[in-house]
Design a protein around this ligand. Structure first.
Ligand SMILES: Nc1nc2c(ncn2[C@@H]2O[C@H](COP(=O)(O)OP(=O)(O)O)[C@@H](O)[C@H]2O)c(=O)[nH]1
Ligand SMILES: [Mg+2]
Length: 455
């Protein structure tokens, strides 16, 4: 379960932090003399983890083969009708909640659903293993999904990192940095779309540190990591909620808002899947009634995860009415989470804002006790421009957090820093791909490690 994994990580890394605070000087001394054996140890740890995951995967594949074989034999001996097998296939996806007659699946909307699979024991694996170990995760608790995700996050951020980290490694030498070096660092940060404010803050901290001592490239990167982490964690800490998950025993309503095409509907589909996999009950409100095809897109996602979709397919149906129905249904069934898809066209900005306000009012009136999250979805590939546009939503939608999508293959991953510093909003989820599992709750430590990975 994804949320269990994340909670476990936080608890162990917090206790680790405390240990570090207590004896950082001592640990530094120990570290330098033991650098080599530490490296050996971490490779050993990674190897052990890899071996276990490999065995686990082989066992799963064997089980699948065996099931297939049994099914084939059964088919042969009992002469099972083809139609019955089809029903079996469908059962894998649909739930009792969903009446298959209600949903018409369009062939044009494809959702990638592949199970994560273990690659080679390579640099990507050892890096991911190290990031997990650094958070205090035990080797036997590492899941294939976590390894797979970290690998993809790291390669997704490669373009942002490429110019940035190599540039940095060149800049940080044994000599003190010059004004010219600072200018380069500044432009590197700005080019990664970190934004002016975040860039200034980080540079100031670095300047202060360098006034005190000369630092080498590794220390430079480590210092930068700490600064960026602090910056990105500030709004999360301020919110008082480290990891956003639906509160049990309450109705949770999560609105997804943002400009057209940023990935709201896709994110909602992935969130529905994440919620179900983590043991929550959920329902989708298809409140983007403006775009043709939007409802169908949502229905496909709902069907994949066995989540009921409340929709009104008539043209220009009132989004607030859809939300009204959805909250009523969720309350009567005692569900945990309502995910609300919304429209994002900016051409008619004024109407859109009014519409969002109306939706918000309905929620507040109908379910004043509900935990409402208004999540701004932001396309990382649009960088700072996207952020500026998106902030138009801040007032009408009473934003509480951000989801950053499309972190796979953009050079503007630094926009996460701008979001934290300039919008002051906590990042709650990040998406790095179009597949159903390509969205995870935001883990700042992993993000910064991936952003500044030196290999
Ligand atoms: N590469 C990539 N594509 C994404 C991601 N999230 C969404 N998309 C794609 O972005 C496009 C627009 O997404 P959609 O959810 O319809 O956006 P909406 O208009 O905000 O609802 C679709 O083609 C999605 O598959 C992501 O994390 N990575
Ligand atoms: Mg949409």
């Amino acid at each position: 379960m994804v949320y269990d994994e994340l909670n476990r990580k936080r608890i162990s890394s917090e206790s680790k932090d405390r240990e570090e605070d207590l004896s950082s000087k001592e640990q530094e001394n120990i570290k330098s003399s033991e650098d080599l054996s530490l490296e050996d140890e971490s490779i050993e740890w990674a190897r052990k983890t890899f071996q276990r995951l490999k065995e686990q995967q082989e066992k799963r594949q064997e089980d699948e083969k065996r099931t297939e074989k049994i099914l084939e034999e059964k088919k042969f001996s009992e002469n099972i009708q083809k139609e019955e097998l089809v029903v079996l296939e469908q059962d894998k996806y649909s739930s009792q909640l969903l009446n298959p007659n209600d949903v018409e699946i369009s062939d044009s909307i494809e959702i990638q659903e592949s199970e994560p699979s273990l690659g080679q024991f390579d640099e990507a694996f050892t890096w991911s293993a190290e990031v997990l170990a650094a958070q205090g995760v035990r080797s036997e608790d590492v899941s294939l999904e976590e390894i797979d995700w970290l690998g993809r996050l790291r390669s997704g951020l490669e373009q942002t990192r490429r110019g940035f980290v190599t540039g940095l490694l060149e800049k940080f030498g044994d000599d003190p940095l010059t004004q010219e070096d600072f200018d380069t660092l500044e432009s590197l940060l700005l080019r990664a779309d970190a934004g002016v404010e975040a860039t200034e803050e980080v540079l100031d901290a670095l300047r202060r540190r360098l006034n005190e001592e000369v630092i080498d490239s590794k220390e430079g990167i480590d210092f930068l990591k700490k600064q960026l982490l602090k910056l990105i964690d500030a709004p999360i800490q301020k919110s008082g909620v480290k990891l956003l998950s639906p509160k049990k025993g309450k109705l949770n309503v999560w609105l997804l808002v943002g400009v057209n095409g940023v990935g709201k509907t896709t994110t909602l589909g992935k969130l529905a899947n994440l919620a179900i996999r983590s043991g929550y009950s959920a329902l989708i409100a298809a409140a983007d009634t403006f775009r043709a095809g939007a409802v169908k897109q949502v229905q496909v996602w709902g069907e994949r995860s066995g989540v009921q979709v409340i929709a009104n397919t008539s043209i220009n149906a009132d989004p607030a009415a859809v939300v009204f129905d959805a909250i009523g249904a969720a309350k009567s069934k005692g569900l945990d989470l309502v995910l609300v898809d919304t429209a994002g066209r900016l051409q008619t900005k004024h109407n859109l804002m009014e519409e969002l306000q109306k939706v918000r009012k309905i929620i507040d009136r109908l379910a004043p006790e509900a935990e409402v999250e208004s999540l701004l979805v932001l396309d990382a590939s649009q960088g700072q421009n996207g952020l500026k546009q998106a902030m138009a939503f801040a007032k009408s939608a009473k934003l509480t957090g951000v989801v950053i999508t499309k972190l796979d293959g953009t050079s503007r991953g630094g926009v996460a820093l701008a979001v934290s510093k300039e919008a002051g909003l906590p990042i709650r989820f990040i998406g790095a791909g179009e597949g159903i599992r390509d969205l995870r709750p935001f883990n700042s430590f992993e993000f910064i490690e991936a952003l500044l990975a030196t290999r």
